[in-house]
Write a protein that binds this ligand. Structure first.
Ligand code: SDX
Length: 429
């Protein structure tokens, strides 16, 4: 793959030529794997400039605000495709034919139910347990039910595990909501679409035949598409690192759910709506912008900023338009929180602090408003993110495991602790 090299010169006069690889999209990379033999490590906390892997799944152009799933633009997928198609695309690399799509749907539908014994796990949690705490537990526990297909070197085991995760995570997510509210669990319905089935498992009641509102189903499906994958973000990198040790896919996805929970990552959607509600009204926005600009104040504008996007997060744009559509349909476009969000976005994008740091709304800025409009409570927001991202995690995990010379991930360090010293007996300390 290397066509050019970069020469690195060391203080002792030695130098080394490092291979440069050119991608199909994005920046060239310098292969530093031989640096250890030269007596050096690279140092890049937070991986600001480190490519951890080669991947063909998702590409982000942060400067242009472009997101591609297997080469397809996110806006076009969100507006013209549906989530189950996007799952097929991320897993297989191509959009399905009508026949392939139906066969894939049928395969996923074979696995939407969970073992009845898994339902008893929920009773071990307090009713008011955060749903993400439950999801970390029950998704990891899936590995206890599928001993017959945990050989990750077997492509068939990898495929059925992928289908089980994509099919069962929505069922478990809805069970978290139902358990929290003391409602009976609702079984999946295979005649429904993926998003419709999820909303039905969330909100249907034995006492009525109400079916999910098609506008909300479409919005839910769009939200799933927008959250499906996003290169080597913190939770995906967690899944890859866990998977590199040979851990089973259910344990790896559980580790991704744990990582996503953080407010700097997937937990930002819940934190963002809390922030918008705390701001409360447009007149309070300047006070909170001042807090965000104040280096001595830990407050950050949740839903703003991104490690990669230094332009608009294209998902935020699609989400904002979907927000307008849903709130108009539900006759609540004067929703005060939405008005605060629109005005906050406008003011922040004219503010020097945000302009200088290229801080724009990210995927989490508007998602909470739509999720609230759909009737989903804040403590379920990150669960929705985890549900949608499961296909991305599984696709990235599968890509890594299938690599010919796949190795365990084991970063090195810059050690600044104590050098070797003799033990001191307690009476002499
Ligand atoms: C997701 O990686 C992904 O792809 C993630 C994700 C995905 O789909 O998987 O896109 C999902 O996690 C979206 C991000 C959700 N998080 C939030 O909305 C939380 C608020 N945002 C910030 O915490 C922050 O912007 C991060 C964590 C998203 C990015 O952090 P970086 O890249 O480490 O940026 P930084 O902390 O170095 O910030 C650079 C500067 C700093 O100021 P200076 O020290 O240069 O003066 O910008 C400031 C920061 O203080 N800054 C903010 C800010 N974000 C960055 N100031 C106020 N409010 C903010 N939101």
């Amino acid at each position: 793959m290397a066509e050019e090299t970069a020469k690195l010169e060391f203080p002792n006069g030695n130098s080394v030529d490092l291979p440069i690889y050119s991608p199909s999209e994005g920046l060239d990379v310098i292969d530093v794997r031989t640096l250890g033999k030269q007596g050096f490590f690279t140092y890049d906390p937070g991986f600001m400039a480190t490519a951890s892997c080669e991947s063909k799944i998702t590409y982000i152009d942060g400067d242009k605000g472009i997101l591609l799933y297997r080469g397809y633009i996110i806006d076009e997928l969100a507006n013209h495709s549906d989530y189950i198609e996007v799952c097929y695309l991320l897993l297989n690399g191509e959009l399905p034919t009508r026949k392939e799509k139906q066969e894939f749907c049928d395969l996923i539908n074979e696995h939407t139910m969970v073992h009845e014994q898994l339902s008893t796990f929920f009773n071990g949690f307090r009713r008011d347990a955060h749903p993400m705490a439950i999801m970390v537990g029950v998704v990891g526990a899936l590995s206890a039910f599928y001993h017959d297909s945990l050989d990750i070197s077997n492509p068939e085991h990898r495929t059925i595990s992928a289908f089980r995760l994509i099919a069962k995570v929505p069922t478990l997510a809805a069970m978290c909501y139902r358990y929290y509210h003391g409602h009976p669990f609702v079984y999946p319905r295979n005649e429904m679409s993926y998003a419709e089935n999820f909303l039905n498992m969330m909100f249907s009641m034995p006492s009525s035949d109400d079916k999910p509102n098609p506008v909300l189903v479409r919005a839910m499906d769009k939200i799933f598409i927008l959250h499906a994958d996003h290169e080597q973000n913190a939770s995906t990198s967690t899944v890859r690192l866990a998977g590199s040790s040979g851990a089973n896919p259910f344990a790896c996805i559980a580790s991704g759910i744990a990582s996503l929970w953080g407010p700097a990552h997937g937990g930002a959607n819940e934190a963002c709506l809390n922030m918008l509600e705390e701001i409360g009204e447009v007149s309070q926005i300047p006070k909170y912008l001042e807090k965000a600009r104040n280096k001595d104040d830990p407050f950050r504008l949740m839903g703003f900023g991104h490690r990669v996007y230094k332009n608009f997060d294209p998902r935020a744009t699609v989400m904002r338009d979907a927000c307008h559509e849903v709130l108009d349909t539900l006759n609540c476009s004067d929703d005060p929180v939405f008005q605060v969000a629109l005005e906050l976005e406008k003011i922040a994008l004219e503010d020097e602090y945000f302009i200088q740091r290229k801080l724009y709304p990210n995927v989490d800025f508007y998602s909470g408003i739509i999720l609230s409009a759909i009737g989903i409570p804040k403590n379920m927001f990150t669960v929705i993110f985890a549900l949608a991202r499961t296909v991305g995690w599984v696709s990235q995990w599968s890509e890594m495991i299938a690599e010919k010379n796949q190795r365990i991930g084991r970063p090195r360090q810059l050690y600044t602790g104590k050098s070797k010293r003799a033990f001191i007996d307690i009476d002499k300390r």
